[in-house]
Design a protein around this ligand. Structure first.
Ligand SMILES: [Zn+2]
Length: 288
C-alpha cells in the first residue's frame, strides 16, 4: 500500500466560524487570522494506492462553481485535483474508489465536472462513489441550516450515474480501510481509518479539522449537534491516544499530521509532521 497527501487548494474563511464559542483572544494565539478575521485552511485529500485499487478520499471544491461562489473562499496555492493526481502518476480514470466523508461542497465538489454542453459527468468515470446512507438521505432532504452546503449539481449527477454505493454501517470497506460514522458535524460523516504498516492513520475530516480542534470545546459553529461532536471527539481521542493512532488533517494549513499525548488538561498534540516525514521514518514509529 502507498499513501499520498494531495493538497487540492488552500482557502480562507472566518476564524470565529471555525472556532464556535471559543473567544478570539484564545483561538488567535494558536491559529492566527488576518485583519479581516480570515484564517488560512488547507483542503487535503488522501490517496491510497494498492495492488488493485486507487482510493481517493474527498476531492475539494471542484471547478464548476462560478467566481462569485469562489470569491467567498479566497483560494490560494495547492496542487489542484487533476493536476495533483497527475503529479503522483494517477489519471482520473484509474481511480477505482471515491470515498466521500460527507457532501459539504468543500469535500465533494471535485467529484463532478460540468461538460462544455452544460451537462454533468463524474470526474472519475470508473470509480464507485462511497457515501454513508444516513448522510446521503440527510443531504438530499437538507435542513435549512445546511441546505446551502449541499449543492444539487454535486449530488444529482452522482445519483444518476449508477456508481453510488451507500455505506450502511461502520466497519471495513476494504482490507486496510475502515470507516467510522459520526453525527455531530453533520449526520453520517464517515471518518476513514487506514492501517498502514501496523499504524492506524485517521483521515480526521471535519471531526478534527485542525490540531487546534483537539481540545474538546474547540468546535466549529457549523456543527449541527455540538454536544454530539464533543462526545464523539472525547471517545475517539481516547481510543486514538491509547492505540497510537496518527491523525491526518484535511483542513489544518499549518500541520498535516500529529501524534497524541496525555496531559493534565486532556489529550493533546504530541508531535506534528508531514505525511512524507511519517512515511520516511515509518520504521522508527512507536507503537503499532
Ligand atoms: Zn463539513
Amino acid at each position: 500500500m502507498e499513501l499520498y497527501s494531495l493538497n487540492v487548494t488552500n482557502f480562507r474563511i472566518d476564524g470565529g466560524a471555525m472556532f464556535g464559542v471559543v473567544p478570539k483572544a484564545l483561538w488567535q494565539r494558536v491559529y492566527p487570522a488576518n485583519d479581516e478575521n480570515l484564517c488560512p485552511w488547507a483542503l487535503r485529500s488522501l490517496v491510497i494506492k494498492s495492488e488493485n485499487r486507487v482510493v481517493l478520499i474527498d476531492n475539494g471544491f471542484g471547478n464548476k462553481q462560478d467566481e462569485k461562489f469562489l470569491s467567498h473562499f479566497y483560494l490560494f496555492g495547492g496542487d489542484g485535483l487533476i493536476e495533483g493526481l497527475a503529479k503522483i502518476g494517477i489519471k482520473p480514470e484509474e481511480v477505482t474508489d471515491m470515498v466521500l466523508t460527507h457532501l459539504h461542497y468543500d469535500h465533494c465538489g471535485g467529484g463532478v465536472v460540468q461538460k462544455s454542453d452544460g451537462t454533468y459527468a463524474l470526474t472519475f468515470p470508473n470509480a464507485t462513489y462511497h457515501i454513508s446512507r444516513s448522510h446521503w438521505e440527510w443531504a438530499i432532504h437538507p435542513n435549512v441550516r445546511e441546505a446551502d452546503s449541499f449543492l444539487p449539481e454535486n449530488l444529482h449527477p452522482m445519483m444518476e450515474s449508477g456508481k453510488l454505493h451507500l455505506v450502511e454501517s461502520e466497519g471495513e470497506l476494504f482490507p486496510g480501510l475502515e470507516l467510522r460514522i459520526v453525527n455531530g458535524h453533520t449526520r453520517g460523516q464517515m471518518i476513514p481509518i487506514i492501517t498502514f504498516q501496523g499504524t492506524k492513520v485517521v483521515f480526521a475530516a471535519d471531526l478534527f479539522p485542525s490540531t487546534a480542534h483537539i481540545p474538546l470545546a474547540w468546535n466549529m459553529s457549523y456543527d449541527v449537534e455540538p454536544m454530539k461532536t464533543l462526545k464523539e471527539k472525547e471517545a475517539f481521542l481516547k481510543e486514538a491516544y491509547e492505540n497510537g493512532y496518527m491523525l491526518f488533517f484535511q483542513h489544518d494549513y499549518h500541520n498535516e499530521c500529529c501524534s497524541l499525548k496525555q496531559t493534565q488538561k486532556g489529550i493533546r498534540v504530541d508531535r506534528t509532521f508531514t505525511l512524507n516525514e511519517f512515511l520516511g521514518e515509518k520504521s522508527a514509529w512507536g507503537k503499532s
